[in-house]
Ligand binder design. Structure first.
Ligand SMILES: Cc1ncc(C[n+]2csc(CCOP(=O)(O)OP(=O)(O)O)c2C)c(N)n1
Ligand SMILES: [Mg+2]
Length: 327
């Protein structure tokens, strides 16, 4: 007997498959020059996004990084509006003004991606302070990479969250590399999670390829935050399959290493194996989901291509309203 529901299993698997299909497609479109400015592909990191977001309430806040398509799709933004934003079209998440690195909509609890490495946790901490002051029953999640976690601003924000017991969850989307730099070469003290102990908060290193484990730890952190006990750090070990950004080939990694992660630790394959063995899904249902997400992404590309560019005259409207994707 599984302790997972069939509904959760299907929606989590579909969520991860959608991200994979979206990213594989976006990568090709970017290489063909269809997407201005390039992208940071999150293939391989699906379980972190889906595991975290499936443990949150839709009104909870997230603030993310330059690599944020997976977080944004897992938060429930449609493939259409995310793809349209990558194409910088007016129908995009941020009305075509942000592109790949600035997906967001304050009204829907998405405080954006951004190009400043290490900024996400500080933004999420500010949102957590707002949540606390208003007395809302919500939490705020800040995503940061294994590179970004070595920035001072990240720890300043964590310190504030600890002393004020803010409802903050820090997710380290630890894909092992900051551009070409392997995490162990630049991380003092070994396990990043140990740093949390010095700040006096629970801090865990977990298997970021296991969507169930990510979900369980996030749910626990959310309970703690809602109970007014303060922040939690979750260091989710994962891997990016592609280079740092589109066109960068990742030649600082061996083919054996990449193959090992893809063959033995792929989050989608691992979850299919588990869900199948626990009787939660059949082979034909898996095939149907694959088909379904393929159609959804094809439709998203078609929608993005046919959508209009933003109207230049309305640029100040968005600036005035202080929204990334305000409608
Ligand atoms: C403050 C700042 N420093 C440097 C950069 C250049 N830069 C962009 S992404 C990146 C690596 C980030 O690595 P990590 O935090 O592990 O995130 P990942 O790309 O692996 O998702 C760097 C150094 C930047 N954008 N901002
Ligand atoms: Mg990284």
């Amino acid at each position: 007997m599984s302790n997972l529901s069939k509904e959760w299993a299907h929606s989590s698997l579909r969520g991860m498959m959608l991200i994979r299909e979206f990213e594989e497609t976006a990568d090709k479109l970017s290489l063909r020059g269809k997407i201005p400015g390039g992208i940071h592909n999150s293939s391989g990191q699906e379980a972190v996004a889906v595991g975290v977001l499936s443990a949150l309430d839709p009104l909870d806040v997230i603030a993310t990084t330059h690599r944020s398509h997976h977080h944004t799709l897992a938060k429930g933004f449609s493939a259409r509006e995310v793809m349209a934003e990558l194409f910088t079209k007016s129908t995009g998440v941020s009305r075509g003004r942000g592109g790949s690195m600035h997906l967001g909509d304050f009204h829907r609890g998405h405080f954006g991606g951004n190009g400043i490495v290490g900024a996400g946790v500080g933004i999420a901490m500010g949102a957590a302070l707002g949540i606390q002051q208003r007395g809302d029953a919500k939490v705020s999640v800040g995503f940061v990479g294994d590179g970004g976690v070595n920035t001072g601003r990240t720890w300043e924000a964590i310190n504030m969250a600890v002393i004020w017991k803010l409802p903050l969850i820090v997710i380290i989307d630890n894909n092992q590399y900051a551009v070409e730099t392997f995490v162990d070469r630049v991380t003092g003290g070994g396990d990043i999670a140990k740093r949390g102990e010095g700040f006096g908060l629970p801090s865990y290193t977990i298997n970021g390829q296991d969507v169930v484990e990510v979900n369980e730890y996030t749910a626990k952190a959310r309970q703690r935050a809602l109970a007014g006990e303060g922040p939690t750090i979750i260091n989710a070990l994962t891997y990016r399959y592609y280079g740092h950004n589109v066109g960068e080939k990742g030649q600082y990694r061996t083919q054996d290493e990449i193959l090992d992660w893809k063959t033995n630790r792929d989050p989608i394959d691992l979850f299919i194996a588990r869900a199948t063995s626990e009787g939660l899904i059949t082979d034909s249902e898996v095939a149907a989901l694959r088909d379904d997400v393929k159609k959804e992404v094809e439709d998203a590309v078609d929608f993005a291509e046919k959508s209009p560019q933003p109207d230049l005259n309305s640029i100040l409207v968005d600036v005035d309203s202080g929204l990334l994707g305000g409608k």
